[in-house]
Write a protein that binds this ligand. Structure first.
Ligand SMILES: [Zn+2]
Length: 67
């Protein structure tokens, strides 16, 4: 899925993977403005699939924050 592409910004983080860390607000592509953009992608038929992938990714990352 294209949405997984934004995981590249996880690679910019140090350490790359930290199970107990909340990604939201930590990675540059996981802040409020990009997330709002992903929501906008859902409204356009041509970008909807990408928007769904990105939104699912964000939701998964959000779930990491609460588990
Ligand atoms: Zn992520």
């Amino acid at each position: 899925m294209c949405g997984l592409l934004i995981d590249v910004d996880h690679l910019l983080a140090d350490p790359i993977y930290e199970p107990n860390r909340c990604s939201i607000g930590f990675h540059p592509l996981h802040t409020a403005i990009p997330i709002a953009l992903y929501g906008l992608l859902l409204f356009h038929p041509k970008t909807r699939l990408v928007g769904i992938g990105l939104t699912i990714h964000i939701l998964l990352d959000i779930s990491d924050c609460y588990i």
